[in-house]
Design a binder for this molecule. Structure first.
Ligand code: PEP
Length: 251
């Protein structure tokens, strides 16, 4: 049985003052029982604040991106080792906003995945199709290509200890959620794809769902056999919503 994981993706939101309130309230409202792990992936400048406020709590923290390089003349970039200086556990790689807005190719995402592993971080690898691709019947083709780029670069063993997130692009920040059945179908296909390379790994691999997860739909999504928790954007900034989502994962 895989433990559930709920990761908040703050995107480019927050301020020192607002984060302080949010993190305080999350810590104060932590679900009392259950094995679900909670984490927040915050903007780089707030990693020190997350570390300071969360170090003595069960909530983990991480970044939303990292460089594929370990260091050097890469102005504006942040390396995996730098994230480790702030005791990050997680680094999101391949978020659809990075793929679409910053031109991150499957190969670049695979390089970032390797960089995260090399630094000792847990990558949260995002895969997912656009609405156009879904309507063209190409969902699995797209998701497999994104996944295979990492499997080919890292090998199946390289995925051990990592986290996958299926995030249909059409459901991110749109209020439109994949139905539990739609999400489960893709999650099962992703697990089967990994299973073809390594059955033991596939059975233990956490696959999160992301795309307009809210308190109201989380329970049904997390009840699906191949959905191991959520990657949560907008709702992770709303204390009661995020806590309720984490509570739904605890059931
Ligand atoms: C995300 O940013 O990964 C995400 C899933 O966003 P939202 O929950 O707002 O759709």
């Amino acid at each position: 049985m895989r433990a559930k994981l709920v990761v908040g993706n703050w995107k480019m939101h927050g301020s020192l003052a607002a984060n302080r309130e949010l993190l305080r309230a999350l810590v104060a409202g932590l679900p009392l029982a259950g094995s679900t792990e909670m984490a927040v992936c915050v903007p780089f400048p707030y990693l020190a604040q997350a570390q300071e406020m969360l170090a003595a709590t069960p909530i983990r923290w991480g970044a939303q991106n990292l460089s594929e390089h370990s260091g050097g003349a890469y102005t504006g970039e942040v390396s995996g080792a730098m994230l480790c200086d702030f005791a990050c556990r997680y680094a999101i790689v391949g978020h659809s906003e990075r793929r679409a807005l910053y031109g991150e190719s499957d190969a670049k995402v695979a390089a970032k995945f390797l960089a995260a592993r090399a630094a000792g971080l847990t990558p949260v690898l995002c895969v997912g199709e656009t609405l156009e691709q879904r309507e063209a019947g190409a969902t699995l083709q797209v998701v497999y290509a994104q996944l295979d780029a990492v499997l080919d670069a890292a090998g199946a063993a390289g995925l051990s200890g990592a986290v996958l997130a299926y995030e249909p692009v059409w459901a991110i920040g749109t209020g439109r959620t994949a139905s539990p059945a739609q999400a489960q179908e893709v999650h099962a296909a992703i697990r089967a794809r990994v299973e073809a390379r390594d059955a033991v790994l596939a059975a233990s691999l956490p696959i999160l769902y992301g795309g307009s997860v809210k308190a109201q739909n989380a329970g049904e999504l997390f009840a699906q056999s191949d959905i191991d928790g959520g990657l949560v954007g907008g709702a992770s900034l709303v204390v009661d919503e995020f806590l309720a989502i984490c509570q739904a994962a605890n059931c």
